[in-house]
Design a protein around this ligand. Structure first.
Ligand code: PLP
Length: 453
């Protein structure tokens, strides 16, 4: 178990690594992407790049030290299912870039959203979630968590008070995606975080579609989850996920609301997770997620994938800028095409949705997902996909390459047509994930595929 940041540091908005912190002002994401976290070089070799610690186990100190390690009373690694130095370097850097206090990296984004909730909710409890979700998350919430006895109550994200109305004594968390596709209507993070504060309910935001473009912690989210498979990895090579704790949610003030943190855990000397975390100056939510949920359910990230995600982080700010700038050009082009019925892109929204886009999306960017419908509907949408030459037809987003998919027959096909519509998937909808190629080349491919559709 490694301990990288102390709770008292959590009030500092974005922390620089020790050596650089003395340099003065808050560091920018571009700098944290390369220097965030305490790793500077490998003490054994002097290597500047983070080594891939491809090991399952670690030589334990004498029996005296080993029992302290196992009791989580001393820092150190025991077994790579639970922690690993490459993973640790990735977690620290990701937490700093996000403006959070501590992170847990996992084997996939699905594991991250499942663990974020299983860390708080038990059978008989409930979670209130926005209905606009990635299809895999929807299936997890509507079927698998239900079979575990955890009810997920879906509400309309456009109405923050709907979260209050769905809350009762057994509500353990609120959950939403910051920029849910396919609707691409930005979630009211601050408004719902404020509702949660009234009840002691933390807001968990899946920020997969908008790293650096939306900053959930600046608006009161308690926890951020990522599928790092997407923009953070950035090259379509590795599946991974992460949970980041803002370090600012007052778990200790809400005893009845959060029994998992307030009740004694017999597997750790009968201490509560708040007590356990306090004795080693760590964050209780991430500590429990690692020491209980990851210990018991696995879904560990491999050291090689943790390394790949560190590589991804190093160029994330650069790539995000290019993704976003290209997406604006593509969306604007699509609006001018006579065969296009509708373009779904935050820049073109109106009313409340546009106000939220302007409030939460930074730097004049709108994300890099663009949806559209062709006038000739479902069949034209399918012909468009088959006509693409440069864009890939894959079920992923956030790759450096531009991607396209027809959600109704792929990513959302396990949902009933009614449930598809609830998540915003109409039969003719085409989703583009705009990459970092030259914008003119992306547009030329889209044009020829639409013309032929
Ligand atoms: N959250 C969102 C918004 C996603 O788009 C995805 C995957 O597409 C996931 C979570 C699940 O992530 P993973 O595929 O890494 O398990």
């Amino acid at each position: 178990m490694t301990i990288h940041q102390k709770p008292e540091d959590a009030a500092v908005e974005v922390k620089a690594p020790a050596g650089l912190r003395e340099a003065g002002p808050r560091l920018h994401p571009e700098t944290l992407a390369l220097h965030g976290g305490s790793y500077r070089f490998d003490p054994a070799s002097g290597a500047v790049a983070v080594p891939i610690y491809q090991t399952t186990s670690y030589q334990l100190p004498g029996t005296d030290g080993a029992d302290k390690l196992f009791a989580l009373e001393a820092p150190g690694h025991l077994y790579t299912r639970v922690s690993n130095p490459t993973q640790d370097a990735f977690e620290q850097r990701l937490a700093e870039i996000e403006g959070g206090a501590a992170a847990l990296a996992l084997g996939s984004g699905q594991a991250a959203s499942a663990f974020a909730l299983l860390n708080l909710a038990r059978a008989g409890d409930n979670v209130v979630s926005a209905a606009g979700l990635y299809g895999g998350t929807w299936a997890l919430f509507a079927a698998t968590l239900k079979s575990f006895g955890i009810e997920v109550r879906f509400v309309d994200a456009a109405d923050p008070e709907a979260f209050a109305r769905a809350t009762d004594d057994r509500t353990r968390a609120y959950y939403a995606e910051s920029l849910p596709n396919p609707k691409l209507d930005v979630f009211p993070i601050g408004e719902v975080a404020d509702v949660g504060k009234r009840f002691g309910v933390p807001l968990i935001i899946d920020n997969t579609a908008a790293p650096l473009t939306i900053r959930p912690f600046d608006h009161g989210a308690a926890v951020v989850v990522y599928s790092t498979t997407k923009y953070i990895g950035g090259h379509g090579t590795s599946i991974g996920g992460a949970i980041i704790d803002s370090g600012r949610f007052p778990w200790h003030e809400h005893e009845a609301r959060h029994p998992n943190l307030h009740e004694p855990d017999p597997s750790y000397q009968g201490k509560t997770w708040l007590e356990k975390a306090a004795t080693i100056a760590f964050h209780p939510y991430i500590l429990r997620a690692r020491a209980v949920i990851l210990r018991d359910l696995g879904a560990a990230i491999s050291p090689l994938n943790a390394f790949q995600f560190i590589q991804g982080l190093e160029t994330l700010p650069l790539r995000i800028r290019q993704h976003n700038e290209n997406a604006i050009k593509v969306a604007e082009y699509l609006r001018t095409h006579p065969k296009v019925a509708r373009v779904i892109f935050p820049k073109f929204q109106e009313g409340e949705a546009k106000a939220r886009a302007d409030k939460y999306l930074l730097n004049g960017h709108y994300g890099a997902l663009v949806g559209f419908e062709l006038k000739d509907g479902r069949d034209a949408g399918r012909r468009f996909i088959d006509g693409l030459k440069l864009l890939y037809h894959v079920a992923n987003i956030g790759d450096a390459r531009s991607l396209a998919i027809h959600p109704a027959t792929t990513t959302h096909s396990q949902l009933s047509e009614d449930d598809q519509l609830k998540t915003g998937v109409t039969p003719g909808y085409v989703r583009l994930s705009i990459g970092i190629e030259h914008a003119e080349d992306i547009i030329a491919d889209i044009k020829q595929a639409i013309d032929a559709a």
